[in-house]
Design a protein around this ligand. Structure first.
Ligand code: DON
Length: 562
């Protein structure tokens, strides 16, 4: 009976919901492009490249602009990851992920009986990790920037000081979170100046403008030292948080070697730990390579079944083996070993779903030694940046640093607060991702760049918590295997499985009614999700060398270039 009701529900919603075309071609430009979550941030990045800046300069300006115009996820109080590919083929990965404060401890979110205190790692002051974004941008600029730093921060200062018009979606989100902003702040922030924001209202962020001006004028010291650091520490003291002056002074982002792998003729370049994204994506693609998805067809039953079963196994590995490599010996080579990856599918049945309880993490060769947002950028030299940046939840911990005007992240919830206890994305973990002072929490963020025959081919990434990896995976398959244009590949409805809980989330239109029924009969608990999965912003280099943008219609995302 429940199943019948569910299917009826699906049917009604399938008929009622929007359809985005799978063959839609996105904005095409000759030379350079930015695709980001907000039109004003995309315009800032395009403007920087018109002034002669490269893709990294544009990325820095977009990151700061998003902190103003897209405060749900854009940030200076959070962190992120950036994959860079320069036109000469050099590749790099920048980890500006938050880290646990020195006073953090393994059981800090448990009560005296060892039970998890609901919500403590999700909202409020204790949920925040030490922010990494400002240091990350400074490091990116030192290594790759060409325009003066001040010119890259200035557009954000101006947007905050002069104000900007709210989009309908942004006004709605501010309204939805009014109670949270009041509950988690001792001093009411700018976001509650009106309790019913409307599309077109101008949002002015004076304190934020002052903080950004300090960052513009003093670089790293404008945030991690002086008045901004003092305001963060005062905020912590007022609200019972633990980030200290020393935590801020000690934060350093880290240059890492990207994770690379292949998928047919393509080279995949993505984020290493402390993100699980690169390893999981390459495992998924390596499994998929052995099956004729092009003949089976897009979201056909055999294709969907195979993809779900691959996801089940890959996410089981994620839960057991991945964490911050400075604190846990992540068996990177073992997990990426092709024989190991193929062995994970030994229990695959083409006929029926495997029970997640019967799938545990694999046993790879041991360690051999030592509301998020994504933007994609290509400049006229062919340099590319793929960056995903986050506060974790929409508006992070909901805590504003009073007087400094910005939101703090709630990234501590990405740790495993207790073995086997699901975080807000339902992800479970254990030792590899337990809390330790200074450790970086495991992420799913998957900023990725693909090469074809040694040349830049695609820049892609997404927000969406645990669904990031599967959103990026499906977008890549949509282009390479199913021949969709970039925009169509981004439009295409998505589905997701993450081992535990053992169910498949889907956007309504991911499958036809008949396919929903067939998947259930195979044992897949496919539950259409109200709302959307992922928000992919991507750029494809077309055979003629022009760029095609894929800006996700699930948000206000926009491709702008020249
Ligand atoms: O790092 C992670 O995996 C999460 N903090 C990402 C959060 C996210 O994507 C939320 N966005 N919708």
């Amino acid at each position: 009976m429940m199943r019948i009701l569910l299917l009826l529900f699906v049917f009604i919603n399938v008929v009622a919901c929007n359809e985005w075309e799978l063959d839609e071609v996105g904005v095409i430009t000759e030379e350079a492009m930015v695709v980001s979550a907000h039109p004003l941030a995309s315009a800032v990045g395009a403007q920087i490249m018109e002034q002669g800046g490269n893709a990294v300069d544009a990325a820095i300006a977009v990151e700061f602009a998003l902190a103003v115009v897209y405060p749900d996820a854009g940030n200076i109080g959070g962190g992120g990851f950036m994959i860079i590919r320069m036109d000469d083929g050099r590749i790099d990965a920048l980890d500006y992920r938050e880290e646990a404060p020195a006073a953090a401890s393994r059981d800090m979110y448990l009560d005296e009986n060892g039970e998890v205190i609901e919500g403590l790692s999700v909202s409020g002051h204790l949920a925040a990790g030490v922010p990494g974004t400002v240091d990350g941008m400074v490091r990116a600029h030192e290594k790759y920037g060409t325009l003066p730093w001040e010119e890259l921060v200035e557009p954000a200062v101006r947007l905050a000081a002069q104000g900007f018009p709210l989009t309908e979606k942004e006004a709605e989100k501010l309204n939805e979170h009014q109670e949270d902003f009041l509950e988690y702040n001792t001093v009411p922030p700018d976001f509650v100046l009106k309790d019913e924001w409307e599309e077109g209202d101008t949002l002015v962020l004076e304190d934020m403008a002052r903080t950004l001006a300090l960052i513009r004028d003093k670089g790293r010291a404008g945030f991690y030292e002086g008045p901004t650091a003092a305001l963060i520490v005062e905020e912590m003291e007022r609200g019972g948080g633990i980030i200290s002056k020393e935590d801020l002074a000690g934060y350093r982002s880290i240059w890492r070697e990207p994770i690379t792998g292949t998928f047919g003729d393509y080279r995949v370049i993505s984020m290493p730990p402390p993100s699980s994204g690169g390893i999981a994506l390459i495992q998924l693609l390596a499994i998929t390579e052995d099956y004729p998805l092009d003949q089976w067809g897009w979201h056909s039953i055999p294709s969907a079944h195979l993809m779900i079963e691959a996801e089940r196994r890959v996410y089981a590995d994620r839960a057991a083996h991945l964490g911050d490599p400075a604190y846990y010996d992540v068996p990177v080579q073992g997990l990426l070993n092709i024989n190991y990856i193929k062995s994970r599918m030994a229990s695959f049945s083409p006929e029926e779903a495997t029970d997640s309880d019967e799938v545990s993490a694999g046993d790879p060769a041991p360690y051999e030694g030592p509301n998020t947002t994504h933007y994609s950028i290509v400049d006229s030299e062919g340099n590319a940046v793929s960056a995903t940046t986050t506060l974790n939840s929409t508006f992070g911990s909901k805590v504003f640093v009073d007087g400094a005007g910005f939101l703090l992240n709630n990234e501590m919830n990405d740790f495993s607060v207790k073995p086997g206890y699901p975080n807000q994305y339902g992800l479970v973990g254990g030792e590899a991702n337990a809390i330790e002072p200074g450790k970086r929490m495991l992420s799913s963020m998957t900023p990725t760049i693909l090469e074809k025959e040694g040349e830049l081919y695609m820049v892609v990434g997404s927000p969406g918590g645990s669904t990031i990896i599967t959103s990026v995976y499906q977008t890549i398959l949509n282009v390479i295997v199913h021949d969709f244009p970039m925009q169509g590949a981004v439009n295409a409805p998505r589905f997701h499985h993450q081992w535990k809980p053992d169910g498949v989330l889907s956007e309504w239109r991911a499958f036809s009614l008949g396919e929903y029924i067939k998947l259930w009969l195979m044992g897949h608990r496919v539950v259409p999700k109200p709302g959307t999965i992922g928000r992919v912003d991507a750029i494809l280099v077309r055979p003629d060398g022009r760029l095609e943008g894929g800006a996700d219609p699930r948000g206000d995302d926009m491709a702008i270039g020249f």
